[in-house]
Design a protein. Structure first.
Length: 271
């Protein structure tokens, strides 16, 4: 299990070498990035859904500014009855939320996301994926390499009637993807270590239900973010294609993903 990866940087001083090495980083074509992720909290009162559709453009590797995309047409179609929920750009540039009717997905129903930008239409289909609740979170006293890590122990019970894939969100842009292959239908506990000091911090640990394809996609993003730093779901650090298709011009594909997850959270204070 991959809790956290430490990257050690070795600094080598070369006194007899004066050659300058010019490393060329390919910029590639700027592409539309669609981050359409929704978290459905069915067990909360009132029932809430968190998320929206964020549209940006991919940028060269070293660029720090990510262009937001405005003036796009965005809507979601309930494919069981062809009803449509329109989205409009919020106060946050490039972030689209439902126009009037709140989007509350149902299980066993397919939903189609449509984004129209620069006269090209992008589609993706997703279904709401169930999850389980977090049974307990407690603080442990184990450490890893440096001795100043903070351990938390998360326990949950897998649903033995199906094959589950989970995405854990540990706050601070820290994520872990897991599958139930080795704990099918069992109560499972694991340790997660925070590297930075988090004493006295209130944290919210989330467990999201995801499908196998999104599980593979999330693992690739997490691996790349651990190599390059940053939030893996802020924007794809490489050309990782998700489930979004450009039906107008397939060669001009978009990056990103359309995902619907049932979610549960467990609030905890680190001592």
């Amino acid at each position: 299990m991959k809790n956290i990866i430490y990257i050690l940087t070795l600094l080598v001083t070369l006194t007899n070498c004066e050659d300058v090495v010019d490393i060329k980083v390919p910029n590639g074509k700027s592409r539309l990035v669609i981050d359409a992720s929704f978290e459905y909290y069915q067990n909360e009162k009132p029932v809430t859904i968190k998320g929206g559709v964020k549209l940006t453009l991919s940028t060269p590797f070293f660029d720090s500014i990510i262009p937001a995309v405005s003036n796009a047409t965005v809507f979601i179609t309930d494919m069981s009855n062809n009803s449509i929920i329109n989205f409009i750009e919020s106060r946050e540039k490039g972030f689209y939320t439902p126009d009037s009717i709140q989007f509350i997905p149902k299980f066993k129903t397919s939903y189609q996301l449509t984004v129209i930008h620069n006269n090209e239409t992008y589609n993706a289909i997703a279904r709401l994926i169930p999850t389980v609740i977090i049974d307990n979170v407690k603080q442990g006293d184990s450490t890893l390499f440096e001795g100043d890590e903070t351990e938390i122990i998360v326990s949950f019970t897998d649903d033995g009637s199906r094959n589950d894939f989970y995405l854990f969100n540990f706050d601070f842009s820290l994520f872990l993807a897991s599958e139930d292959r080795f704990y099918q239908g069992k109560t499972f506990s694991f340790s997660y270590f925070y590297k930075n000091m988090v004493d006295g911090r209130d944290i919210s640990i989330k467990i999201l239900g995801i499908d196998e394809r999104y599980y593979n996609y999330a693992n690739l993003l997490i691996d790349q973010s651990e190599e390059n730093g940053g939030n893996p779901f802020k924007t794809p650090p490489a050309l990782l294609r998700g489930n979004i298709i450009n039906i107008t011009n397939p060669d001009n594909y978009a990056l990103g993903y359309f995902n619907l997850s049932e979610a549960n959270r467990y609030d905890f204070t680190i001592k």
